[in-house]
Design a protein around this ligand. Sequence first.
Ligand code: DC
Length: 231
Amino acid sequence: MGKIHKQLVIAIDGPAGSGKSTVSKIIAQKLGLMYIDTGAMYRALTLKAVRQNLDLRDEKALAKLACSTRVDLEEEGGSLKVVLDGEDVASLIRTPELTNNVKYIACVPGVRKEMVKSQRSIGERLGAVLEGRDIGTVVFPDADYKFYLDADADERARRRHKELAKTGMNVNLNELKKDVLSRDESDMKRSVGALKKAPDAIFIDTTDLTIDDVTEKVLSYIKVRGEDSIS
Ligand code: DC
């Protein structure tokens, strides 16, 4: 009889620019787990709502949209495809305009319900490193490992600036800091799936750490359960 391996679920939460995306990707690769960028899922749905000219304050319409939308995350050649109803939209979902609109979608309970459902179904089946805002508190409160990454707002804005510059976007650093702070506020204050550290999450301040430092730190807590199987 074959062995059933309980799959490893690792939750990494934190605000924008805390370094969680880069680190989550590396950890997933090192452990052979799926990487689930839950922010990309909210971003893709926002793109669809904007394309359809929906009123972003119409919670009913947004919840309905979430129920009839499919967002898949697929890894291809080291990069992540964000597939919205069959179309790869990865290159369209990180503009500052779209980023500012995600908050309207992310605060709708009906939207979050659908997102959480699909994030759970992927994670439970295959095991994964999931990064977001509510992974350790709502999506997988019983995750095997939970981390909460944070960094100083100036440093987070600088990181965003660098990232956007790489894609050819030159956004004013002060504007970016304002965006980062206003996003923190809407992420922390919404009534559902708010950004917060799970009581049992390991807190890492990444302000003065390199990506390698953070990766090493996260990995130092994780024991890979090669033999940890249920027969
Ligand atoms: O991680 P990110 O910056 O790509 O996320 C974009 C937005 O999506 C973020 O401002 C809030 C929202 N989000 C969320 O509400 N819940 C998650 N689990 C992930 C992201």
